[in-house]
Design a protein. Structure first.
Length: 328
């Protein structure tokens, strides 16, 4: 991907790396500590600090000896089309009615600092540029999400986020959460290297934010509560495949707007969609494939929907809810 010092970085990146479980202990401290008149700690202050430290599982003696705070399925689903298309009645007349979609290696000379964070800030800025224009085209305002970088675990409005979960989007606080260790895992464990593979992962999670703003996520969640476990999983797969498609749409429009793509970038993304398909992951872990346990879709499905979005650059092609299961 092409980035340099002139390219905008998003201001919506929140860096929690080095914090303890998301409780708000940034590197180098973060709490203002009350001092005595002569610059020392009063007994009362020490007792208060000790109680707080014990609450968070830290040793109060660290304060004395170190002089400070420790560091750091086959049914169809109905989704209205893009402006001008209106609502489309489901041909099968099913109970599923989910409105939403309107219209149905790194090159950087950025200097200094954390290059991973710089790259992610560039990609997030590009998602903001594209989706603000798309939303504006059909009379809506795009709310820019926050992307949180964390280490190990962090607090979210959806519960505790953990590294083992991989990147995820919380629709309650409208934030994307990423432990950067996942990108190393993507390269080594899943054999999906490349900067655009990483950009695809971010764009997929932002796709969920787009779904949230269009009301799709809420409709799906409400519907899942009325479905059997198997039907709910099948519906969730459609959600994930739609996010893949939206990531493809973004990649197309972003290149039109910002000329980011370099030879091999899309190949990196398609390789990633293949390597992290549910069937590929299951085969690595257990040696067998169980389609009923899919949560995101097979490698072929994920690749097909990303490619469909990228090839057209149109949101209306991402209508995963109206496709027969056998054609998904």
């Amino acid at each position: 991907m092409r980035y340099d010092d002139k390219d905008r970085q998003s201001s919506h990146v929140e860096d929690r790396r080095g914090q303890r479980g998301g409780f708000g202990f940034p590197r180098g401290g973060g709490f203002r500590i009350p001092m005595g008149r002569r610059g020392g700690f009063s007994i009362t202050t020490l007792l208060i600090i000790g109680a707080v430290m014990l609450l968070f599982g830290m040793n109060p003696l660290d304060l004395i000896f170190k002089g400070g705070m420790p560091g750091g399925g086959g049914a169809k689903f109905d989704i209205p089309g893009l402006p001008g298309g209106g609502s489309r009645p489901s041909a099968s007349g099913t109970k599923f009615d989910i409105p939403g979609l309107p219209g149905s290696s790194r090159t950087s000379t950025s200097s200094g600092g954390d290059q991973d964070k710089v790259f992610i800030s560039h990609v997030l800025a590009d998602t903001e540029d594209v989706w603000k224009r798309v939303f504006s085209s059909f009379g809506k305002t795009y709310r820019e999400p926050t992307l949180v970088l964390f280490t190990g675990a962090t607090g979210t409005a959806c519960g505790t986020g953990q590294r083992a979960m991989g990147p995820f989007y919380c629709p309650i606080d409208e934030k994307v959460y990423i432990d950067l260790a996942f990108f190393e895992q993507l390269r080594r464990k899943f054999n999906a290297p490349g900067d655009f593979a990483q950009a695809y992962v971010i764009a997929h999670e932002i796709g969920h934010h787009v779904q949230k703003q269009l009301g799709i996520a809420d409709k799906v969640q409400q519907l899942k509560q009325r479905l059997s476990n198997g039907e709910g999983k099948a519906l969730q797969v459609r959600m994930e495949l739609q996010a893949d498609c939206l990531a493809g749409v973004w990649a197309n429009l972003n290149d039109q707007l910002n000329s980011r793509l370099q030879p091999g970038d899309i190949d990196e993304a398609i390789n990633a969609t293949s390597q992290i398909g549910d069937d590929m992951i299951q085969r690595r872990q257990t040696g067998r494939v169980v389609p009923d346990a899919f949560t995101h879709g097979s490698a072929a499905q994920r690749t097909r929907w990303f490619r469909r979005g990228f090839d057209t650059g149109k949101m209306q092609v991402c209508d995963t809810f109206k496709v027969e299961g056998s054609k998904l």
